[in-house]
Design a protein around this ligand. Structure first.
Ligand SMILES: [Zn+2]
Ligand SMILES: [Zn+2]
Ligand SMILES: [Zn+2]
Length: 126
């Protein structure tokens, strides 16, 4: 076993150990309580709770957002719930490029959809 300081230790949040009595103990370093479960499915359910890689920076101000799996989930949350914060901190807005060849329209996913409906990109050359 080598001791690497890999930041992407995705397995750590799911780390567990079997106790002498065959129970499942949560050993994740993200876990403060590290409880013991009789059944593995209960352990899995519990471990889902501390899978919060992206916490809302407003959590300490009472935001109930539990955190998304990915940065873009958090970004989307910030733009919809804390737009002032998002603007002040240059949080990247999720943008999608219009997939019509040659079109450089970029925007939020639903805007792109609307754009495509409004512009009605023609398949033929004009
Ligand atoms: Zn745990
Ligand atoms: Zn929030
Ligand atoms: Zn377009």
């Amino acid at each position: 076993m080598q001791q690497s300081s890999d930041q992407q230790q995705s397995s750590d949040e799911l780390a567990y150990a079997r106790t002498a009595t065959g129970e499942f103990k949560c050993t994740s370093s993200r876990c403060k309580t590290q409880p013991v479960f009789k059944r593995k499915c209960d352990l899995t359910k519990h471990q889902n709770n501390h899978r919060r890689p992206r916490e809302c920076p407003k959590a300490n101000e009472g935001c109930p957002y539990e955190g998304g799996a990915e940065q873009k989930d958090l970004n989307r949350h910030l733009w919809s719930h804390h737009p002032v914060y998002a603007r002040e901190n240059n949080i990247p807005e999720e943008k999608t490029q219009c997939d019509y060849p040659g079109c450089d329209y970029k925007g939020r996913k639903d805007n792109v959809r609307r754009h495509k409906e409004n512009v009605r990109h023609r398949r033929e050359q004009p």
